[in-house]
Design a protein around this ligand. Structure first.
Ligand code: NGQ
Ligand code: ZN
Length: 468
């Protein structure tokens, strides 16, 4: 047995639940060859220092937004909102250089790994130079993200974003959206060029029509047809029904709500990730859940931006799949997103343990398994947990951490990790594709990537960002 491609876990969270004495074995591509519970630890195989969890896919990220964390948390007008935040955010998007993007994403991806995310879907919409003209190489900024991911060692799904209009009904884009805008034909050319670059590093390529606000119906249909011709199973992500103003504008334009409109005008199925989908009627929720699409929940960003509360109970009751994204990166921590998701439902329902599962009474266990399955589907990569054929992406908790030590079961340890710790401190190790990327809670590039991130952020903040 090759000791570099095996790990023994006293407790491991498999897709069906916790298993004891599990031997994990993977091949040299980092795919799990077998996951065998109930055995003895072979002599030359290392033992995990605590419960082993499946790595969490992060299904929604705008990497550059990590650079303005902390800079928008003051009142700028009588009533701040998602929309006033968005204008500030666009100023960052307007200024960032390729070098800065690579540094910001590099720091972010290292943070993600240390916080339990083993892969990320990058919803990437800043394509052009600051004047709005395409770079000499149209793949320039996409390549910055691909390199940042490769260096950090995080799994990657690249979702180039189609963005064409500033509102429903084909309204012209705003001046501060100039770096995002491209024709459908130029998007399809970009996808063709990105495909081999993604394949070369095991990344998946998909497409993200930004939102129904930003993509008119004909462009939505044409871009999806073009993507499908390139790769019939490639993931498709779209922002949907995040803000009530968007629902109202969609109704005024079409007589239908965003989710309703999409379900009736696009081939929504398991390839799709509906990011946010916050505002749905029960009927929309039930239909969308039945489509097989994943709801892309970003609980801390949705709280930060005042979006509203997703009705997770109704979604799950209809069999809806879902996963987690860190979106604006107000928080970069997989366990904290789970905490926020459950707490939102508690605050609304005046109950506890609202999102416990039928099979898993411990909320943290139920939510981890569901978020990994949904996240993997949205990523379009084999990262669906600890099972043969999936990637060896996992997180090892430290059973000796003071907040976990002495707890009676892996369920209670995972619960303490999510509900009663600093939510990162008990992570001992993180593995991606069978390779250790975080050991002793630290990524080897933590200091270097952190310095580069801070330097890029300082330069960006100096370039005209008003942060009194
Ligand atoms: C985004 N963020 O694409 O970064 C958006 C803001 C928009 C969120 N929706 C831009 N959370 O929706 O127009
Ligand atoms: Zn987003």
């Amino acid at each position: 047995m090759n000791p570099s491609s095996t790990l023994f876990a006293r407790d491991a969270l498999l897709p069906d639940g916790w298993a004891r004495d599990v031997l994990l074995q993977w091949d040299d591509r980092g795919r799990l060859r077998s996951v065998q519970p109930g055995g003895q630890r072979p002599a030359n195989v290392a033992e995990a220092v605590g419960p082993v969890l499946p790595g969490m896919p992060n299904l929604h990220s705008h990497a550059f937004q990590r650079a303005f964390g902390g800079l928008t948390e003051y009142r700028g007008q009588a009533q701040d909102s998602f929309w006033s935040w968005r204008s500030l955010m666009y100023r960052f998007a307007a200024a960032i250089t390729p070098q800065q993007l690579e540094a910001v994403a590099g720091g972010l991806y290292v943070e993600m790994l240390e916080a339990g995310y083993t892969s990320v879907c990058e919803f990437h919409y800043v394509h052009h130079d600051v004047d709005g003209r395409p770079y000499a190489d149209d793949t320039e900024l996409s390549q910055c993200l691909l390199r940042a991911a490769a260096r950090a060692g995080i799994g990657f799904t690249l979702l180039p974003v189609l963005y064409q209009t500033s509102g429903f009904g084909g309204t012209a884009p705003r001046e501060d959206q100039r770096r995002f805008i491209r024709s459908t034909a130029s998007m399809l050319r970009l996808l063709e060029r990105l495909r081999p670059l993604c394949e070369a590093q095991g990344a998946r390529l998909g497409l993200a029509p930004h939102s129904l606000r930003a993509v008119p119906p004909a462009s939505l249909a044409d871009s999806i047809a073009g993507l499908t011709a390139l790769d019939a199973t490639a993931p498709i992500h779209i922002h949907l029904a995040e803000q009530t103003a968007e629902v109202d504008a969609c109704l005024a334009w079409s007589g239908q709500r965003p989710v309703q409109w999409l379900l009736e005008h696009a081939p929504v199925d398991q390839r799709w990730c509906l990011v946010h989908a916050t505002h749905m009627t029960p009927a929309e929720s039930e239909r969308a859940a039945r489509s097989g699409a994943v709801a892309g929940l970003c609980p801390t960003t949705e709280a930060n931006l005042g979006d509203g509360l997703f009705d997770a109970g109704a979604w799950r009751a209809a069999g809806g799949r879902w996963g987690l994204g860190s979106d604006s990166h107000a928080t970069v921590n997989a366990a904290e997103e789970l905490l926020m998701l459950e707490y939102g439902q508690r605050l609304r329902s005046h109950q506890r343990n609202v999102l416990a599962g039928d099979q898993h009474r411990f909320v943290a266990t139920a939510l981890t398994l569901e978020a990994v399955a949904g996240g993997a589907q949205a990523a379009g990569r084999p990262v669906a947990g600890l099972a043969a054929g999936q990637q060896a992406d996992f997180v090892v908790l430290d059973a000796e951490h003071p907040l976990l030590q002495g707890l009676p079961s892996p369920d209670t340890m995972l619960s303490a990790h999510v509900f009663a710790s600093h939510r990162q401190s008990a992570i001992a190790a993180v593995w991606v594709a069978g390779r250790p990327v975080v050991a002793g809670g630290r990524h080897p590039l933590r200091a270097e990537a952190g310095r580069a991130f801070a330097a890029a952020r300082s330069a960006l903040a100096r370039s005209g960002f008003d942060s009194h």
